[in-house]
Design a protein around this ligand. Structure first.
Ligand code: HEM
Length: 178
């Protein structure tokens, strides 16, 4: 019987991700050609959808690392975590991060011409968030080679970083305090 950790479902997951990215790209190009008066609201909606997908991955990945740390290297459990981490990174997090950046930069340019203290602060925090993304991406490769030396407690601590950054980013963009 086929298991979700086999190669075939992985190929399907990648295909679905490519289809979703293509759908997003067509939607964005279609919107630019159609150019409705409320174009920026459509782009903002797509930006928020991409943000939610990216954040879901940033919250879930360290949870996987916590359980993976306790799994015996070479065990079925450990190999299953490897597949879950790889697919979460490649199929959801990487495309969602790129879309968040592209659409966010378009909004920052078209609505604010890159001006505003809140926008600069938000950009700074999103750069930090991207740094965490890259750090998790390297950790996926370290776990893949069974070379993780960090404790479950460490990953539990790292779980909080995206949460704190997300709270600050949303307050900055919605309240625009400066
Ligand atoms: C990647 C770089 C990003 C840039 C350049 C960017 C820029 C922007 C801009 C210019 C807006 C429009 C604000 C307005 O309508 O007044 C916006 C909306 C928004 N962004 Fe981002 N953003 C980025 C990433 C993120 C991230 C990582 C999050 C959440 C963790 C986020 C959450 C939001 C939310 C919730 C809105 C809607 C705010 C509202 O309509 O009041 N953004 N973004």
């Amino acid at each position: 019987m086929e298991k979700q950790t086999d190669d075939k479902p992985g190929v399907y997951a990648r295909r679905r991700a490519h289809f979703a990215i293509l759908f997003f790209a067509f939607l964005a190009v279609g919107l630019f050609l159609w150019h409705p008066d409320d174009l920026y609201l459509w782009i903002k909606a797509l930006h928020i959808i991409a943000v939610i997908s990216w954040m879901a991955g940033l919250f879930y990945m360290p949870r996987l690392f916590i359980y993976h740390t306790d799994a015996e290297p070479g065990s079925t459990q450990s190999e299953t975590f490897k597949v879950m981490e790889r697919r979460l990174l490649k199929v959801i997090m990487n495309p969602a991060m790129m879309l968040t950046w592209i659409l966010g930069l378009y909004l920052a340019w078209s609505l604010y011409g890159f001006h505003g203290g809140w926008l600069h602060a938000k950009l700074g925090l999103v750069v930090l968030l991207t740094g965490i993304h890259l750090f998790f991406s390297r950790a996926v490769k370290t776990f893949e080679r069974d070379e993780n030396r960090r404790s479950a407690r460490y990953w539990r601590f790292m779980n909080e970083a995206p949460t704190l950054l997300m709270i600050a980013i949303v307050i900055l963009v919605v309240v625009k305090p400066f």
